[in-house]
Design a protein around this ligand. Structure first.
Ligand code: PRP
Length: 189
């Protein structure tokens, strides 16, 4: 999404090679926060039929950690969304390139995202899932950039509230790189 601006600003090859970044959230800090989120979800949804829906690709590591810390039975599914348009922010033109395969009717859905920025992606997904008559839809986002929100909604489980900065690591990428880093970094340029 907004990485396009970074990518276009500098030569891709040179930029990635010389990229300066510093740790924003260490893996220890992330671990503790994921545990807290898992405890809150486990508490709220105990005894319910729960489906976690991860938004690919960015959420794959967060969801992998979250699912192993939940203390309640649940199933896991994924959706893959891509947007096209302006580049700087989500355009609102969103393609579903991989849909969920679970029947969510009557179930408690928790959407798992790595980061919410404008909120356009999440608003689109929530509205789409709502049409399948789940018992409820909750939103769990590791990073919430509230200041950039263009569509208003509540985030039920928020890991970190980030004002600004382009972040990579722990599933988050810059031009498909850095997803594998165990810590989350902010790019300094
Ligand atoms: C990121 C993130 C959200 C979306 C949030 O995905 O994972 O899905 O952007 O942006 P928004 O709130 O402005 O709509 P991205 O398109 O970077 O794809 P990725 O998950 O494959 O990295």
């Amino acid at each position: 999404m907004n990485f396009t601006v970074w990518r276009d600003a500098l030569s891709k090859k040179r930029f990635v090679k010389e990229l300066k970044k510093k740790i924003l959230y260490s893996k220890e800090v992330i671990d503790r926060r994921v545990e807290e989120l898992a405890d809150a979800i486990s508490h709220d949804l105990e005894g319910k039929e729960v489906v976690l829906i991860g938004v690919l690709k960015g959420a794959f590591i967060f969801l992998a950690d979250l699912t192993r810390r939940l203390k309640i039975p649940h199933t896991v599914d994924f959706v893959r969304l891509t947007s096209y348009g302006s580049g700087l922010v989500s355009s609102g033109n969103i393609n579903v390139t991989k849909d969920i395969e679970t029947d969510i009717e009557g179930k408690e859905v928790v959407i798992v995202e790595d980061i919410i920025d404008t909120g356009i992606t999440m608003a689109f997904l929530r509205e789409r899932l709502q049409k399948r008559s789940p018992a409820s839809i909750r939103i769990c986002a590791l990073i919430d950039k509230k200041q950039r929100r263009e569509v208003s909604f509540d985030v039920d489980y928020e890991g970190f509230d980030l004002d600004e900065g382009f972040v990579v690591g722990y599933g988050l990428d810059f031009d498909e790189k850095f997803r594998c880093l165990p810590d989350i970094y902010v790019i300094e340029e």
